[in-house]
Design a protein around this ligand. Structure first.
Ligand code: NAD
Ligand code: DAU
Length: 359
């Protein structure tokens, strides 16, 4: 049975990936989830799998080489899927250091521990061991407002925020391990994800939550910055396909050709909420464009991101399956059905879950 070590599995994409993997492979795989449970890690996201015999949670920091080394020493890890990171651009502008620590040092620790566990005396590596580094399109910088300009795997790195600079640093470390040691790895650079379990500091869950509560909807700058949105399950599928079929040492860009201005996203959310809320729901009265409030722009705000997913499509046959109009409905429906999750996340109560669950 193959054993996966997933880092950051209690976060947004990591938890969606773990659900996807158990739905796809059931009892044929084992997953060890290592997560430090920062403000962004929420074990409630994994309630549905926590009692599976083939799932284990380890609370550890990826910068702690003893803790990570111990996991490798005690388990025959076949795959590492490395999500753990500080992930929010606005936080990186306020407090860059923790981004360098987790994203750069943490990735170095993960690489070193995997290399030590997998390396053979002749300098080669044990068979069928793979490390997948989950990264972002933000490492490529910003595109002009030109619908024919895209990020490709060959685009030069040009990060602007402390977050994207730290992710670029982590990508470079992975590349250096591949180049120097022929360390068996891949990198994926994905566009903006949305879907269930996303922390409401990010645009889409923040807008859904504020609109339902009749709070202002903050739009940075002129609202015309463009992001390329992908339903999180499609990202989980891409990661699995890269691990299954990807060529070692390659980078794959993942994106859905779904570019939208932020203001368009907000308008679509408001219209969809109006459509989906029942007529007798009192929230229907305050879900309106009047909540839109233009605020000071994000410092160094990248104008436009757009991925050309040509390589992953041609080489691995990956296609995004969820159209934005469907994905946004699924997402809003999930937030309707999980109001308590949102309340616990916004009040901070979710952080008590670990103590209660794992005391
Ligand atoms: P997230 O912030 O929701 O989750 C991050 C997880 O990592 C949390 O569970 C947190 O507790 C954990 N973590 C943070 N620091 C840690 C540490 N030092 N040790 C162990 N665990 C730690 O992030 P996300 O949005 O799910 O993103 C996951 C990965 O995907 C990141 O590497 C991010 O750069 C990348 N990515 C995200 C997006 C997106 O749109 N969200 C798009 C492309 C790539
Ligand atoms: O492109 C991939 C990246 O997407 C990931 O690497 C990051 O981890 C992820 O957080 C995301 O980064 P963004 O900065 O693009 O996402 P965010 O949701 O923070 O913002 C999306 C856009 O919306 C961006 O142009 C800023 C704008 N925005 C955001 C917030 C939170 C607003 O206008 N108002 C807001 O309140």
């Amino acid at each position: 049975m193959r054993t996966y070590l997933v880092t950051g599995g209690a976060g947004f994409i990591g938890s969606n990936y773990i659900h996807y993997m158990f739905e796809k492979y059931g009892d044929d795989i084992r997953i060890i989830n290592v997560d430090a449970l920062t403000y962004a890690g929420n074990l409630e996201n994994l309630k549905a799998v926590e009692n599976r015999p083939n799932y284990t949670f380890v609370k550890a920091d990826i910068t702690d080489k003893d803790a990570i080394g111990k996991i490798f020493a005690e388990n025959d890890i076949d795959r590492v899927v490395h999500f753990a990171a500080e992930s929010h651009v606005d936080r990186s502008i306020r407090n860059p250091e923790v981004f360098v620590k987790t994203n750069v040092i943490g990735t170095a620790v993960m690489l070193n521990c995997a290399k030590a566990a997998w390396e053979l005396p002749d300098g080669g590596f044990k068979e069928d061991k793979k490390f997948l580094h989950v990264s972002t399109d933000e490492v490529y910088g910003s595109l002009p407002d030109d619908e024919n300009a895209f990020f490709y795997e060959t685009s030069p790195y040009d990060p602007h925020s402390p977050y994207s600079a730290s992710k670029a640093g982590s990508d470079m470390l992975v590349k250096s391990y591949m180049d120097t040691y022929k360390f068996p790895a891949n990198i994926t650079n994905c566009s903006n994800n949305y879907g269930p379990f996303q922390f409401p500091e990010k645009l889409i869950p923040l807008i859904i939550n504020n609109a339902l509560q009749g709070k202002k909807l903050p739009v940075y700058g002129d609202g015309k910055n463009v992001r390329d949105w992908l339903y999180v399950r499609d990202h989980a599928k891409a990661i699995d396909m890269v691990q299954e079929k990807g060529k070692l040492f390659e980078t794959y860009n993942v994106g859905g050709h779904n570019e939208k201005q932020n203001i368009e996203i907000i308008e679509i959310i408001l219209e969809t909420l109006q459509e989906m809320l029942p007529d007798n729901d009192p929230r229907k009265a305050h879900v309106s464009k009047e909540l839109i409030t233009y605020v000071e722009d994000r410092k160094g705000h990248d104008r436009r991101y757009a991925i050309a997913p040509d390589k992953i499509r041609a080489d691995l046959g990956w296609e995004p399956e969820t159209m934005f109009k469907d994905g946004i409905k699924l997402t809003i429906q999930w937030y309707f059905e999980n109001e308590d999750w949102m309340k616990r996340v916004t009040s901070g109560d979710y952080q008590k879950y670990y103590e209660e669950m794992y005391q």
